[in-house]
Design a protein around this ligand. Structure first.
Ligand code: AMP
Length: 144
């Protein structure tokens, strides 16, 4: 999938928004949905996706929807920080497969970092235990 292309309505995140496949949810409103990454690069790795636009990446996101969406990204990052007290937080996103993107619905990664602990590889970490994800999500949800 290149940087440019057609938004596919059946991508995984579109299906999560529609409730067709499950996610471990941490936050949702009319603007955005946040849920635990199933293959986390660190404990607490959370994704925030926009609900109002069919944007494959940041470049395709309508400018008038960007501000409200980025407010949600910050809101979720603050809740992750409050819940898990990491030493740092990576907030990142990838545009196009050559940049590392694997799901083609815009999303920001919120990745807590602990001092001296290396990050698992993007797209190479194993699937998390659902019970552990739910426990982390409960802590984060409690901070909204
Ligand atoms: P990217 O590679 O930047 O497109 O990020 C996609 C992210 O979605 C990766 O970090 C995956 O681990 C994550 N992911 C893929 N499928 C799911 C899913 N069903 N639920 C939660 N996270 C997922």
């Amino acid at each position: 999938m290149s940087l440019h292309g057609t938004y596919e309505d059946d991508n995984i995140f579109a299906k999560i928004i529609k409730g067709e496949i499950p996610c471990v949810k941490v936050y949702e409103d009319d603007v955005a949905l946040a849920f635990m990454d199933l293959f986390p690069q660190s404990e607490g790795h959370t994704l925030v996706i926009p609900k109002q636009a069919k944007a494959r990446n940041l470049l395709e996101m309508p400018g008038n929807l960007l501000g409200s969406y980025m407010q949600r990204v910050q809101k979720v990052a603050k809740a992750v920080e409050a819940a898990l007290k990491p030493d740092g937080i990576v907030v990142t996103q990838f545009n196009g497969a050559p940049a590392g993107q694997t799901v083609f619905h815009l999303h920001f990664h919120i990745i807590p970092r602990a001092e001296g602990e290396s990050l698992k590889g993007h797209g190479t970490s194993g699937q998390a235990d659902p019970a552990e994800l739910e426990a982390l999500a409960a802590k984060i949800r409690a901070e909204f």
